[in-house]
Write a protein that binds this ligand. Structure first.
Ligand code: OGA
Ligand code: MN
Length: 208
């Protein structure tokens, strides 16, 4: 390709996305950036009100609790502070790269902080709404501390269709600094019950 530098981290992500519709990257942010983002999330949590996440207008609160138990705070890019600007700069860099190399036509994004208290989960679902299918790629950045243990649960499970029609379940541990990225329109997924508070930034890259 002429005129711009190949980014090896992005190239691996794109390869996997094309082949399997999902990718995992453990080096999208540096370790230092992960620490900064995590501390920022913890600070936000102290100062601002994370709200019980909703699942659409037709559900009552009891049902919502049986579907998802996380608390979220939407990020406002227009009001981004220094740390959030670092985050959005990286995201825009990725979006530009995806649009240039894969012609995805991403023109919008939305992100929120998320906290899953002990005992909560998010049942199997798709990230697109019935009346709005602009979400194209789902991104989750895990901001747990470096000592996250396998027995804390909280895996992201992706339900993948094999060629023979048999479905498989891929479990991804929410390790500090890890990014999961997958096709919003086709990959059903869930968050397994957590035994320890679980932190992330989750968001979507959208088309028009
Ligand atoms: C979501 C979601 C996955 C995760 O917020 O829609 O599926 O691993 N999150 O937190
Ligand atoms: Mn989801």
């Amino acid at each position: 390709m002429v005129g711009f530098d190949l980014n090896p981290v992005y190239e691996l992500i794109i390869d996997d996305l094309v082949k399997r519709k999902y990718a995992i990257s453990d080096c999208f942010f540096s370790e230092a950036e992960v620490r900064i983002l995590r501390n920022h999330l913890l600070l936000k949590q102290e100062r601002e009100n994370f709200k019980k996440a909703a699942i659409g207008k037709s559900f009552n609160e009891q049902i919502a609790k049986e579907v998802r138990g996380d608390f979220i705070l939407w990020m406002d890019e227009g009001e981004a502070d220094q740390v959030e600007q670092l985050f959005f700069d990286k995201i825009h860099h990725l979006i530009d790269y995806l649009n240039r190399t894969c012609y995805l036509g991403i023109c919008e994004s939305e992100f929120h902080y998320a906290r899953y208290p002990e005992g909560t989960f998010y049942q199997r679902h798709l990230d697109v709404f019935q009346n709005d299918d602009r979400r194209t790629l789902s991104l989750v950045f895990y901001l747990n501390d470096e000592n996250w243990q396998a027995d804390y649960g909280g895996e992201l499970a992706l339900f993948l269709a094999a060629e023979n029609g048999v479905e498989s379940e891929l479990k991804i541990q929410p390790l500090a600094g890890r990014m999961a990225i997958f096709d919003s329109k086709t990959i059903e997924h869930e968050v397994k019950r957590v035994k320890q508070q679980r932190y992330s930034i989750t968001g979507w890259l959208k088309t028009r």
